[in-house]
Design a protein around this ligand. Sequence first.
Ligand code: VG1
Ligand code: CO
Length: 546
Amino acid sequence: MDNQIVTIQTQPFEGQKPGTSGLRKKVKVFQQPHYLENFVQSVMNTISVEDRTTLVVGGDGRFHNDIAVQTILKMALANGFKKVIVGINGLVSTPAASHLIRKYNAIGGLVLSASHNPAGPNEDFGIKFNNASGSPAPEGVTNAIFENTQAINEYLISDMDAVDISDAQEIDLNDMVVQVVDSVADYTELMQSLFDFDALKQGFASGQLSICFDAMHAVTGPYAKSIFEATLGAAEGSVINAAPLTDFGGGHPDPNLVHAKELIDIMSQDSAPALGAASDGDGDRNLITGKGCFVSPSDSLAVIALNHRAIPQFKNGLAGVARSMPTSTALDRVAQTLSLDCYETPTGWKFFGNLLDAGKVALCGEESFGTSGDHVREKDGIWAVLCWLSIMLESNKSPESLLRDLWQQTGRSYYCRHDYEGVEGDKANQLLAELTDSLPTLAGTEVSGLMVKAADVFSYSDPVDDSVSNNQGVRVFFENGSRVVFRLSGTGTDSATIRVYLERVENDPQQCDEDAQEATKALGEIAKQLSKMEALTGMTAPTVIT
Ligand code: VG1
Ligand code: CO
């Protein structure tokens, strides 16, 4: 194929700073001439010329995915990459992308996704760089990428025609090979190597297992159909909303109680299957529910840790476990019971990468519906569902009774997250700043009947490379074991979102049956009071409660 490498003059755009999980902006922003190209060149500039071997590219299929994939192919060629692995039609879920990077020994990957954010011409797009271990780039790298975006004055691109990526095939472009892969097949094979598919298949055949999996019209539909229906024999129709759409059907593919309402309704009926699950836009998040029984993500993580022996991947034991700081301490209590090391990291999967690479942990999770093991370096929705199915099969228990076992053995963390969305950026920053200023005198004071034990701003020292990440959220601990955490979201595309995380620990097994939202209501009021929420933002109640 004939092509010329062209050097295009450009100027920096403001604000190309990767957030919690890559660069996320409105599609309209990404559609500006040079915008995507500047960022991609800045990523490539951080990879030395001799390291430009294999690159993985793929995304969640949202609007603009196809155009971005072709742009990246042209830039990879122009920047001297030898090979690009791309999913058929540019579709690859986030965990599957992490797997492809590892499987094909790539130097890294560009993952196109804004996760659960809505998609379409007026909605969101995103891009992030994952390193050679398949992990979202750590802060040192994202900072270097950002510095590049601030100084960039040219990028390299080929003028070749669009590459046909509609079928699994190898295309030789002389200087670079484009290998189009069936990532659904690759990922199915990976899951097969981690779980006992024969046993699960029998579980479905005997009726002990049944599932409703809501793919929310996003990228996991084909993966879920391949694994649950075609391979494990779940009834046809077990996967709902299975066709990926560029606008996710106009919905909000965020697997939580608010947005996965269709699934929650199915699971509240008498005819509900044994397990209900959903995943998000890019397939890294998961929601777990039994019949009329929602499992909070923090509890899901703790149940998987407690029952890890039922999961073939962990049959020889767990190296250790980790959770993000706002995630409930249910995991810590399980870790203590099982004598496992337990790490606490800042929000965002990139902080688990070093711990996983160093073999210090093999199971990680976040309160935001993220769970995964050491088989990839991303959270992995379908994997978490397979963990639950394996545990249910071995124990012959429902999600509800597995939850009760957890609470009986280790007490319950009543947990809730209150999101205050649509806040003006300045006001959100002011709220956090004033709250931070109030911390030194908070310990020892009483707020609405609760004594404050300690309060701080969370700072993380990575035990592997000693890098330090400051300012990772405000924590207020109370004498009775309750905790309130405040932080600003780093994944939004316009206004700010203040996240308030509430946890109340109940050690009495007889007192574990309350509704979580009710049980944390008083803490929510205390959080509002402490942060002067109403006075500073005008908001009297959260916009989303999960
Ligand atoms: C949110 C979650 C965080 C998660 C991140 C990316 O970040 O809180 O736990 O890792 O999204 O997940 P933030 O900064 O908005 O709180 V995903 O599935 O959106 O890639
Ligand atoms: Co996601």
